[in-house]
Each structure stands twice: as structure tokens, then as C-alpha cells.
Design a protein around this ligand. Structure first.
Ligand code: GLC
Length: 563
């Protein structure tokens, strides 16, 4: 297969596969996926044809938020392996021509981090507390929170520590927000970036990249309403997407550029499309997630807008954009597309309600969801920029909606009890099925040793999506992903062009565009959202998500036509 990995800008049109380590493959049989599990399955990743893997956090962590509560940034969680296991994994990946991207979580540490323990011990006003965001509570003895800000996961955003001080946590109580005005914090993260770069990491995914810079000092905290966006017109939000955050990434760029080739970074910034480009500019992170595809319904107008936004942001940043259908934070797209499609503002609520009722409120049409997921993949892979795949989507997995409440791990499930209950994100984090028939009952997720049960329960229907079943079936989602990735690499990525022109002559129920191929021909990508068949342009159909007949593309299908 053609590899685009040799060039320094390999990441500009890469296919990056997100590994959620605790649920990928469990080599030691303790029920939790591990680093060795990734090494042992490197052949699978190579056969899939991905350019890079991004590993969600594998650092020591109390696992309150699936590892996004980091207790030690420069180590491996003993349950997931050792630093030597990490080195072996990197060597195996590089041997297979696969780059390695690690996750950096700079907005908050776990409350088990040595800095936070030191902050508690040192008391109010200490330099140790200054690494975090501690403020005096209101009331005579500080018994009331500094203001009414909420955590993203639900409930209050401030937690008292018993001496009149409260600390800010935009996420779980066990995730204390760092103070990025503190020079020690800034230096320590640069040390972490160098630590993993020196160990062979090719790049970084930056968690909650839009929250690091905060301004709590410009006005008294109790002047802010609970939702700071509803606050003072004309003033920047004190917590999110502040202009000063970009200074941090300009400093980081200098660190990335100390390496040859420069280390790559992609920011997770849930900001409006007009603000994405700055994070992605070449003197900052270089790339930022564009979540517009993941937010859009299976509707031509929403998806077209998502594509236009991504392309506009790429043009403005002078970089490339990214395309994402699923990740570890959103319900799987094969399910989203199989539920009733209503405009995006209400669709999120519809899926949330559906999950809350264990998948029993609306009918999930799995055949339809699968058909659309295939069509979406071909459309996504034909776009210029990088594609981020989330583990299990290549198996066509659906969201697991009926995990019992007692088995849920996501802090959202527990914290949302403060307001409207939500089930959270575990339904897309269930351990992968590798073998349909496996006497341990874990679908081959766990290696030979102890066979502890998988850390989240797998449903019986996973058997039909197991890797061994799909490998043996030429029509499976896995076989389709392999074909599509191979063709993309050979025809599109190798052309190294980001040109895209919209194709004319279709109605608004069709998304059609053209891209230059490596061999000088042109690839037309046509997706039909309408009820009627659509005539395909003249040329050779090199791949289609559903059979095409007499040059006609059926509903909910995509075809690649080359001429
Ligand atoms: C990011 C992660 C998410 C995590 C949150 C807090 O959004 O993707 O999984 O819960 O940050 O770290």
C-alpha cells in the first residue's frame, strides 16, 4: 500500500485511528485493555491501513473519567503496562509504518496528582495552591461557593476543601483545573511534551484545548451568572476559548519544532467553526478537531454546511482540517443515523433520551444506520484533510444503550443526577469484540491469563461484529473499511492535493464533489440523501457503499467514480 508517512507533513491528510486503550485489547487478561494489547494487535491496525494511532490517556489515574484524570503525566498506569511496554508499542507501530499520537490533558489534573495533594497540605495562599484555581468561598467562613458556575458534567463547578478555600473543576470533582498563569505549570507541560517526544511519540492530541486560559480576576466572581456566556455582553467568556490561550500554543510550537520532523498536534476545541482556524494555524497546534460532521444529522444541508465550515477553516489556518464521525465522547454514528433524524439542536436531546431509556424510546433501524454509516465513510474519506476514526466504527458497532446503571463508569452518569439524568458515554466505550465464539464470554477481548470480566459488559449482539467474523466476510464493514482506506491512500492521499471542487447539476439532496487523483484522473464522490435514484457521472465506479445499477446511485449511498 502507498504510505504517505515519510513526509514531514504526513499528518495533513492522515487517517488516524483512535485507540481507547482500556477497551481495545487486554493482553494480560485482567479485564482492562492495555498497552501490550495495542502492540499485539498492530497487524490488525496495519491491515486496516491507518497512518497513525492516537491513544487516549494510559497514564496513572484513579480512572474517575476514563483516564482523563491524570495523576502522573510521565508514566504508564501499572494496570496498563510500563514505560518499556510503551517503547515496544512505539517500535512495533513504527515498524508497521504507523505514527503514534498521545493524549495530553493540560486543563486539569487528577486530585491524586502530587501537586494537588501538596496544595491541600500547604493551605490557603500558598504557592502550591497557586498551581490550581483556588478562591475563597463566600459567606462568613467561606461556606458558600465563590459563584454558581457549573461543571460540564453537571452539578457545581466549585468544591470546598474545608478551610474556606474552594477549587474550580470544570469537569469531575476529582479533576482540578490548573492555573495556566503559573509559570511552573507552563514549564512542566513542556517537559511532558519533550518526555513523550523523546520516547518516540510523533504527535499529541490536546484535551479541552480551548479552556486553559481563564480570567477570574477582571471582575468579582459573584458578578458572573451561573452560565458565564449569559454574563456581560461584549466581554469574553472568562473560562472558554479566550484569546490568551493562543500564547500557550505558540510556546508549544517552539517545543514541537525542536524535533525533526516537528512534532504534530491536534487540539480538541469545541469552539464555533469561525474560531477553529487559530488553534490550527501553523505557528500553533497545526490542526484542530472539526466536530461539525459528528454534530450533523444524516441530512444533506447539515452535512454540506459542516464540510463548508471545515474547508473554510482550513483555508484560513493555512493548514488542513479534520473530519470526525465518532469518538469516545459521542454516541456511535451507526446508531445516530439509525434513529429518527431531526434538526441537530434537537437530535442531541433525542439521542440522550433514547439512551436514558436504555434504547427503548425510538426505534433504532440498524440496517439503515449501517447503510448510512457506509455512505458517510466514503464521503468523509474523499474529503481533503485528516480523518479520525474511532475504534470499533470499522466493525460497524452501534451504541450499547442498555448498560445497567450500576455498571456505568462515566462520571457524567453520576454527576448528572444533580439535574436531568443522563447515561453518559460508556455506550461507545465497550471493549471490542475480537472473536465471536470465545468460551470466556468476552468475545476474545481478554488474552489467555486470568479472564477477568471485561470492565464494561458487552452485549450478545457483539458476536455478529467480531473481528474474526468480519474478516471472513467480504461484505462486512471491516472489509469495506479496508478497501476504502487502501483506495484513498493510493488515489487521493498520494496526490498530495487538497483541491476540492463542488460538482454541478445535482439537486440539494445530493452532495457531490471532485478531487484530483494521483494518476492524473479525477475522482467524483457522490452521496445521495434523496428518495429517488441519482444518475452517476460517466466513468469507472471504483467503490460504492451500496450496489449501483445502470449507472444509478440509490438512496443513502455514496459512490466514487473515476474518469
Ligand atoms: C475531553 C475528553 C473527554 C473528557 C474531558 C475532560 O473532552 O475527550 O473524554 O471527559 O475532556 O478531560
Amino acid at each position: 500500500m502507498t504510505k504517505n508517512n515519510a513526509a514531514a507533513d504526513w499528518w495533513k491528510q492522515a487517517v488516524v485511528y483512535q485507540v481507547y486503550p482500556r477497551s481495545f485489547y487486554d493482553a494480560n487478561g485482567d479485564g482492562l485493555g492495555d498497552i501490550r494489547g495495542v502492540t499485539e494487535r498492530m497487524d490488525y491496525l496495519a491491515a486496516l491501513g491507518v497512518d497513525a494511532i492516537w491513544l487516549s490517556p494510559f497514564y496513572p489515574s484513579p480512572l474517575v473519567d476514563g483516564g482523563y484524570d491524570v495523576a502522573d503525566y510521565r508514566n504508564v498506569d501499572p494496570r496498563l503496562g510500563t514505560l518499556e511496554d510503551f517503547d515496544a508499542m512505539v517500535a512495533a507501530a513504527h515498524g508497521a509504518g504507523i505514527k503514534v499520537v498521545v493524549d495530553i490533558v493540560p486543563n486539569h489534573t487528577s486530585t491524586e496528582h502530587e501537586w494537588f495533594r501538596a496544595a491541600l497540605a500547604a493551605g490557603p495562599g500558598s504557592p502550591e495552591r497557586d498551581r490550581y484555581i483556588f478562591r475563597r468561598g463566600r459567606g462568613e467562613a467561606g461556606e458558600l461557593p465563590p459563584n454558581g458556575w457549573k461543571s460540564t458534567f453537571g452539578g457545581p463547578g466549585w468544591e470546598p476543601v474545608g478551610d474556606g478555600d474552594w477549587y474550580l473543576h470544570l469537569f469531575a470533582v476529582e479533576q482540578a483545573d490548573l492555573n495556566w498563569k503559573n509559570p511552573e505549570v507552563r514549564e512542566d507541560f513542556k517537559r511532558t511534551l519533550r518526555f513523550w517526544s523523546d520516547r518516540g511519540a510523533d504527535g499529541f492530541r490536546i484535551d479541552v484545548a480551548h479552556a486553559l486560559a481563564k480570567d477570574l480576576d477582571s471582575r468579582p466572581l459573584d458578578e458572573w451568572p451561573d452560565d458565564p456566556d449569559q454574563g456581560h455582553p461584549g466581554e469574553e467568556n472568562p473560562l472558554w476559548d479566550r484569546p490568551e490561550v493562543h500564547e500557550i500554543y505558540r510556546e508549544w510550537r517552539e517545543v514541537f519544532n525542536e524535533y525533526e520532523p516537528p512534532r504534530f498536534a491536534v487540539g480538541e476545541a469545541w469552539v464555533v467553526p469561525e474560531h477553529q482556524w487559530r488553534y490550527a494555524s501553523v505557528d500553533e497546534l497545526g490542526q484542530v478537531f472539526n466536530f461539525e460532521l459528528a454534530k450533523a444529522n444524516w441530512m444533506a444541508d447539515e452535512l454540506r454546511l459542516a464540510i463548508e465550515d471545515g474547508l473554510a477553516s482550513a483555508e484560513r489556518s493555512g493548514s488542513t482540517t479534520t473530519w470526525v464521525l465518532s469518538n469516545h465522547d459521542v454516541p456511535r454514528h451507526a446508531t445516530r443515523y439509525g434513529l429518527p433524524q431531526v434538526k441537530s439542536e434537537t437530535h442531541h436531546q433525542l439521542v440522550t433520551d433514547w439512551l436514558l431509556r436504555d434504547g427503548r424510546t425510538y426505534r433504532e433501524d440498524r440496517a439503515l444506520g449501517t447503510r448510512r454509516a457506509r455512505a458517510a465513510l466514503l464521503m468523509e474519506l474523499a474529503l481533503p484533510g485528516s480523518v479520525y476514526l474511532y475504534q470499533g466504527e470499522e466493525l460497524g458497532l452501534f451504541e450499547v444503550a442498555d448498560i445497567p446503571w450500576g455498571a456505568l463508569e462515566d462520571p457524567e452518569a453520576a454527576m448528572s443526577a444533580h439535574g436531568d439524568a443522563i447515561k453518559g458515554r460508556d455506550g461507545c466505550r465497550v471493549p471490542l469484540p475480537w472473536e465471536a465464539l470465545d468460551e470466556t464470554g468476552a468475545f476474545g477481548f481478554s488474552g489467555p491469563a486470568d479472564h477477568a470480566p471485561a470492565h464494561l459488559p458487552q452485549p450478545a449482539w457483539f458476536a455478529g461484529h467480531a473481528v474474526d467474523v468480519e474478516e471472513a466476510d467480504d461484505d462486512s464493514m471491516l472489509s469495506f473499511y479496508r478497501r476504502a482506506l487502501a483506495l484513498r491512500a493510493e488515489m487521493l492521499t498520494a496526490a498530495r492535493s487538497t483541491e476540492l471542487s463542488w460538482a454541478d447539476g445535482y439537486d440539494d439532496q445530493v452532495i457531490a464533489f471532485e478531487r484530483p487523483c494521483a494518476d492524473g484522473r479525477t475522482l467524483a464522490c457522490v452521496t445521495n440523501f434523496g428518495q429517488e435514484g441519482v444518475p452517476l457521472p460517466a466513468g469507472e465506479v471504483v467503490l460504492a457503499s451500496a450496489p449501483t445499477e445502470d449507472g444509478t446511485l440509490a438512496t443513502d449511498a455514496t459512490a466514487w467514480v473515476v474518469r
